[in-house]
Design a protein around this ligand. Structure first.
Ligand SMILES: [Zn+2]
Length: 490
């Protein structure tokens, strides 16, 4: 084996690539983690020889993979084309960079390869309710379901409202092997009580990615306004659970004919609309980036449409379950239908679908809300709201939007990638050379039935159990390495 030493002969060999001279630091940079996308080695025909100079060390670092026969959909530039995808050392590469004899090959068999998805809205339940979910189970479930990044909500017990809590959450996530990357949101107000704005500056310094009191919203305008002012100065978004607590009362489903017929208290649509209107007004005054979580009403969509037309930095998400069910579907004997905000009217659902199709709602998000069997067994009125959503997210939204409503796959993908990335201020997920190879292989042609034993989340509270869906992740790669077999792929 040749050993790389400084010396005339080796310098000559390093110059040998199309006659250009490459310095040794360049080779070091190339084998390191962050070689530049526009690396001159792209055009180096003697690349495999270059590799052998440094023996085993370089060989290990230069792990190469070709994903063949793929339908590559790139939400960043809008391309949707057939071809191969090349990965070197954990990053997407140009085909000319790869020495075919050294690369591992994965046959995509015509299936879709996309950048890993982003979920803006996940409850990991740690600390405080580890029986329902933990950081490890939630992040692994997310990765296997096709998500590369998730934003965890801070309404844990205790809530994540101090820098120490933010740091602890990020430490827990860093210890999870094969998980999605955690972005931790922190509370808007101290103890999530809505009375005094939390130390947003310290929370941001500790690594918080966004601010939210998810589960509720600060009821007083003056508190939200101060929070927006300070978040705007920090350049971080506010994610708001838009629901007026004075109108929400003890409601357990959408207020309307269905709730009256069933004799249970309802949550009126006005509870959401009033807070969305307030948040838009305050975004206009403060310049803060405001993202409305789990939009559930037609009028909410209309407010966001008007705000965006005005050029305000306002965005919105909706969930797979709000795109699927309405209040008429709610069965009081099945508390898995209890969610917050509630499943609304037929007209609301149609407006949400239109909002996603046209891009007024630029994001889809799961609101993954795990609960134990015991917690959901307390009966509809007493059970906590929420359903698990990671494992079914791709299937439900692909089936509903792409198959039933004819949404172009690229647009569907953007609601799960570039839309959320823009909210968070992240670079757009992409298949461009140089970008870390966090990828997902999607099978959208084989129907599958939702089964409890395929869930990696700790909880199973979903009314989608037994549903037939199209679309799911069948292989996932994290930094170019295939994460262990997806349980439902075989
Ligand atoms: Zn919420």
């Amino acid at each position: 084996m040749r050993v790389f030493r400084s010396g005339k002969k080796n310098r000559r060999m390093a110059r040998g690539c199309r006659g250009k001279r490459y310095s040794y630091p360049f080779v070091d940079a190339f084998i390191g983690r962050s070689y530049p996308a526009a690396s001159p080695l792209r055009s180096c025909r003697r690349y495999s020889r270059c590799v052998s100079w440094n023996g085993e060390g370089i060989r290990r670092a230069m792990a190469a993979l070709v994903i063949r026969n793929a339908r590559r959909i790139n939400p960043d530039d809008g391309t949707d084309e057939r071809g191969d995808l090349y990965i070197i050392d954990g990053r997407i590469a140009e085909g000319s960079e790869i020495s075919p004899s050294e690369a591992a090959v994965f046959d995509a068999d015509g299936r879709i390869v996309v950048p890993a998805l982003i979920d803006l809205h996940v409850h990991l339940r740690e600390p405080g309710n580890e029986a329902a979910e933990t950081t490890a189970t939630g992040l692994r479930a997310a990765r296997m379901a096709g998500f590369g990044v998730v934003v965890a909500m801070p309404n844990t017990i205790p809530p994540i409202d101090t820098p120490e809590h933010v740091r602890a959450a990020l430490r827990r996530a860093a210890a999870v092997e094969d998980g999605a990357i955690l972005l931790q949101s922190a509370c808007l107000t101290r103890s999530r009580e809505g009375r005094a704005v939390a130390d947003l500056e310290a929370l941001a310094a500790a690594g918080a990615s966004a601010f939210t009191d998810d589960g509720s919203t600060p009821p007083e305008d003056v508190i939200m306004r101060e929070a927006m002012d300070r978040a705007a100065a920090l350049g971080l978004p506010i994610l708001d659970h838009a629901q007026d607590p004075t109108l929400e009362r003890r409601g357990v489903m959408h207020e309307g004919r269905c709730s009256q017929r069933r004799g249970v208290p309802g949550i009126p649509a006005a509870a959401e609309i009033r807070i969305i209107e307030r948040d838009i007004r305050l975004a206009r005054e403060t310049g803060a980036r405001v993202h409305i979580q789990h939009v559930s009403t037609a009028e909410g969509v209309a407010c966001i449409r008007a705000a965006r037309a005005e050029g305000l930095p306002v965005s919105g998400e909706t969930t797979p379950h709000h795109l699927t069910w309405i209040d008429e579907d709610v069965r009081l004997e099945n508390p898995n239908f209890k969610v917050n905000p509630p499943l609304r009217s037929r007209a609301d659902r149609e407006a949400l679908i239109q909002g996603v199709l046209e891009g007024t709602l630029s994001c889809l998000a799961t609101d993954h809300a795990p609960h134990t069997i015991e917690a959901k067994a307390r009966g509809f009125e007493k059970a906590p709201p929420g359903m698990v959503g990671l494992e079914t997210a791709i299937g439900v939204t692909w089936t509903r939007l792409v198959i039933e409503y004819g949404m172009p796959p690229i647009e569907w993908l953007r609601r799960w990638t570039t839309g959320p990335a823009a909210v968070l201020g992240l670079p757009p997920p992409s298949l461009r050379p140089g970008v870390p190879a966090d990828l997902v292989l999607l099978d959208v042609t084989t129907p599958w039935t939702v089964r409890a034993d395929w869930f990696l989340s700790k909880s199973r509270n979903t009314p989608f159990m037994g549903h037939k869906l199209w679309g799911r992740a069948v292989a996932v790669w994290k930094k170019g390495r295939q994460v262990r077999e997806v349980p439902w792929a075989s």
